[in-house]
Design a protein around this ligand. Structure first.
Ligand code: FAS
Ligand code: PHB
Length: 394
């Protein structure tokens, strides 16, 4: 016989979406319980996104989650776009008044875990057999096993924040679900290196050999990426080969600029795809973050979209569960999807502009597009508006 638990909002997934949602709900006096498949240590250590857009930082500030970010994060005015022989800075602040911050998702996650632990948030880690039930009823529940005990978590609503491989998206009946997907013909090989960044702001580089990007995590840790074919075995890429390819693609020696290599401490290959599932709400089940949508990382939108979803979802659930007012809950999916599709388009636009396909015609189109973006106020402002991020609720 399972142990029965009761709460107001059952949250599946303790990534940024789930943890931030619980924080925003608690600020509105709404109780939640989180069910997470992995351990706290695993969730805290995952290496993922690096850029927080303006609205994300504003939101974290507004709920007291930005203290360490303000101390240790790095505010950036813009990015560099580059192709062989040219590098141009796109200044977001000049064009939109909005900056972005370099502060790894790993750090955001640690801050969220610390805040929720301090608040006594109930999180069941290392849960298995996690299944949402009766999402079309007024009494949905989640069953799971944790610590060798079977549980039944009863709630007024379920928030599916369990990423692209969790059970929530498939708890929406197929007959009401619509999905869109685009798989890109390339992946990113990403590295972390214990070396000071060779640039003050991110460099996105188009090169005939393939895309490369120079990001960072701090004044002593660099984060860099290389376009590689899908299915590339990481063993094929020695540290020397990685640094040589990065130097070539990022323009080492161009106008006196040098790429400083260093010890690589992590490397992985990340496939790239766009994915959207609608609706983001079915009955008493609400999807947020990667559970509902995936973007290629070229636009630095994945984490920021998860934040934007829960910024809309928290007041909607607070009204629904607190006073029975369903207006925001009924509007949630359509409102969230407006930003989702804007970010899907921008991420696709950045990806297809910067990644080589091997087709010489594509290469000419890409170089023309890059020249236009870097020479036109309209082009540069369009990129700046989307990269720095539109206001929440756009
Ligand atoms: P998450 O995937 O972060 O969290 C979902 C949580 O649900 C996880 O903790 C998972 O363990 C849990 N879960 C899964 N199945 C479950 C189950 N059955 N039961 C209970 N819990 C379950 N975005 C960028 O902007 N830039 C990047 O460079 C970037 N790099 C990435 C690299 C990788 C390898 C990945 C996978 C993603 C990357 N992303 C990047 C996107 C990433 O940052 C996501 O957008 C962000 O983590 C979304 O947050 P969540 O929606 O909370 O999903
Ligand atoms: C990162 O720093 O990990 C990063 C930055 C910008 C992107 C993607 C990833 O577009």
């Amino acid at each position: 016989m399972p142990t029965t638990l009761r709460t107001q909002v059952a949250i599946v997934g303790a990534g940024p979406a789930g943890m931030l949602l619980s924080h925003l709900l608690a600020a509105r006096g709404i109780e939640s319980v989180i069910v997470e498949a992995r351990s706290e240590e695993y969730v805290a250590a995952r290496i993922r996104a690096g850029i927080l857009e303006h609205s994300t930082v504003e939101l974290l500030r507004s709920v007291g989650l930005a203290d360490r970010l303000e101390r240790e994060g790095d505010e950036h005015r813009g990015i560099y776009l580059q192709w062989p022989t040219e590098r141009h800075h796109i200044d977001f602040v000049d064009r939109t008044g909005r900056s972005v911050w370099v502060y790894g998702q790993t750090e955001v996650q640690k801050d969220l875990i610390a805040a929720r632990n301090a608040a006594g948030q109930q999180v069941y880690y290392q849960a298995s057999e996690v299944v949402p039930h009766d999402v079309e009823s007024e009494t949905p529940y989640v069953t799971f096993t944790a610590g060798g005990v079977d549980h039944r978590l009863e709630a007024a609503v379920i928030a599916g924040c369990d990423g692209s491989f969790g059970p929530s998206r498939s708890a929406v009946p197929a007959e009401v679900t619509q999905t869109w997907e685009r798989v890109y013909p390339y992946s990113w090989l990403g590295i972390l290196a214990d070396v000071a960044p060779s640039t003050d702001e991110l460099i996105y580089a188009w090169h005939p050999d393939g895309f490369a990007m120079h990001s960072m995590r701090s004044a002593t840790v660099s984060r860099l990426y290389l376009q590689v074919p899908n299915g590339t075995p990481i063993e094929e890429w020695s540290d020397d080969r990685i640094w040589e390819a990065l130097a070539t693609r990022l323009g080492h020696g161009q106008d006196g600029w040098k790429l400083n290599p260093g010890p690589i401490t992590d490397k992985s290959v990340l496939p790239m795809r766009s994915y959207v599932q609608t609706p983001m709400r079915h009955g008493r089940l609400f999807l947020a973050g990667d559970a509902a949508h995936i973007v290629p990382p070229t636009g630095a939108k994945g984490l920021n979209l998860a934040v934007a979803d829960v910024a809309l979802l928290a007041p909607a659930l607070a009204d629904l569960v607190g006073s029975g007012d369903a207006r925001l809950a009924d509007a949630y999916s359509d409102r969230a999807l407006r930003r989702v599709w804007r970010c899907e388009h921008f991420s696709w636009w950045m990806t297809t502009m910067l990644h080589t396909s091997g087709d010489p015609f594509d290469a000419q189109l890409q170089l023309s597009q890059l020249r236009w973006v870097c020479s036109s106020e309209a082009g540069a402002t369009g990129l700046a508006e989307n990269y720095a991020g539109l206001p929440i609720g756009f």
